[in-house]
Design a protein around this ligand. Structure first.
Ligand code: NAI
Length: 398
């Protein structure tokens, strides 16, 4: 049995990088005492400065008064290092969330070390984006206390949190974590312990199919981005978003999902993106990606051809809907959680199942079948559930 994680619970966060510092901030802003550790002292200094700045901003914006902001800052204990002595500081934590480097052996080692110091009923959570939660639970003496709590970047801003039980996770812990995330002002959804969980799985065609359309010379990046934003209603086009995320990061996620799915062609990464990464054209952060950045950078003008744009949007959206329907069939998430995840996690203009119903399951099926016929590739195979709904005339979103 794991203990209840009440509002007075002490929370531990290991890894004080982009995610860990943000998660620690969310916990402290919701009244918890928080211990935050990192292997590198500079990371701790940076996190501490970040927290001071974040609280100053809260005061400036009138969301907190100064005494309340100071009270939040007082709740942090920063721990330099993750040796046995440092980890002993985490002995009183009801929940420890790890947000260290994305490496299975390092994370397993950390959980094993934490099990030596935390209470037998304390919870261990991972913020991993791509590793299996089962592989972490399996390395622990008490796998029933291990769960995935996957925040999005930046953690204080993004509402969505995926809660991921492993096979061994105590069932009651799912409800406990869901309730905790709601108290932290988040929108929690429950995802199966499958590659990419919900968002990083379902969103793959947003990038992959756009890259495919680009590779075939059907349209250039600017035209595809124009079509997806202006006609499709997405906040950002696939190419500007890849450049924003970083082509290295986006490519690594695609590759990891592809490999973890036993090389299912539906998730195959694009050579175009690999070449960008190899060239160091990582996107905004390196000054060049699909586009060029900087004051003198030329701007790319889209061909504002609405008929062509509609073809592009229909194709990418059909692939996204197919992915969502398949995830429902394979019980990756409930239909309601799936819709929440895509709208709250990546700001899609609407839930993909509802979008499929609006277009009609038969129309989506027809788009996929025509692609499958044209290319003869398994990449475009329609989900059996999409076929069934199209045939029986029901709804994709019950
Ligand atoms: P980051 O590189 O900004 O931070 C990682 C921190 O962990 C660094 O400060 C590093 O010094 C520290 N660290 C590395 N190994 C350690 C160890 N053995 N013990 C203690 N500290 C250690 O990385 P980021 O982006 O914060 O990612 C952390 C985790 O969160 C990863 O598992 C990642 O997959 C996941 N994640 C990342 C998201 C993102 O958009 N950056 C979104 C959601 C999850």
């Amino acid at each position: 049995m794991t203990r209840a994680i009440g509002s007075d619970a002490v929370i531990g966060v290991i890894g004080a990088g982009a995610m860990g510092a943000g998660i620690a901030q969310v916990a402290a802003q919701h009244g918890h005492r928080v211990f935050l550790a990192d292997a590198i002292p500079q990371a701790i200094t940076k996190a501490m400065e970040g927290h001071i700045k974040a609280m100053a901003r809260e005061v400036e914006k009138g969301r907190l008064d100064r005494p309340a902001a100071d009270a939040v800052l007082k709740r942090f204990t920063y721990v330099n290092g993750v040796g046995a002595d440092e980890l002993r500081e985490f002995a009183g934590c009801a929940l420890v969330i790890e947000a260290i480097v994305e490496d299975l052996h390092t994370k397993q080692g950390l959980f094993k070390a934490l099990e030596q110091v935390i209470a037998p009923d304390a919870v261990l959570a991972t913020n991993t984006s791509s590793l299996s939660v089962a592989a972490l639970a399996g390395a622990c003496a008490h796998g029933d206390r291990v769960i995935g709590i996957h925040f999005f970047n930046p953690a204080p801003v993004m509402a969505l949190v995926e809660v991921i039980p492993a096979l061994a996770t105590a069932p009651a812990l799912v409800a406990e974590c869901r309730a905790l995330m709601e108290r932290w002002g988040k929108v929690p959804v429950v995802a199966a312990d499958t590659p990419g969980f919900i968002v990083n799985r379902i969103a793959r065609p947003f990038y992959g199919e756009a890259l495919r359309i680009f590779e075939e010379g059907i349209a250039d990046a600017a035209t595809i981005d124009w079509a997806m934003t202006t006609l499709g209603g997405f906040r950002m086009g696939p190419f500007e978003l890849m450049d924003f995320i970083g082509n290295d990061v986006n490519y690594a996620v695609t590759r990891s999902v592809f490999e973890a799915m036993y090389f299912d062609p539906r998730y195959r990464p694009a050579l175009t993106q690999r070449r960008l990464v190899e060239s160091g054209w990582l996107g905004r952060k390196s000054g060049r990606g699909h586009y060029m950045y900087g004051t003198d950078a030329p701007t790319s003008q889209p061909t504002q051809d609405e008929a062509l744009g509609r073809v592009i949007v229909d194709r990418i959206v059909a692939m996204l809907i197919n992915e969502a329907v398949d995830a429902v069939q394979l019980r990756v998430a409930s239909p309601a959680d799936l819709e929440l995840a895509m709208t709250k996690g990546v700001n899609y203009p609407r839930g993909l199942l509802a979008w499929g119903d609006q277009l009609g399951a038969s129309a989506v099926l027809a788009t996929l079948e025509s692609l499958q016929q044209e290319y003869g590739e398994d990449r475009y195979r329609p989900s059996p559930l999409l076929r069934r709904v199209a045939k029986q005339g029901g709804k994709l979103l019950p």
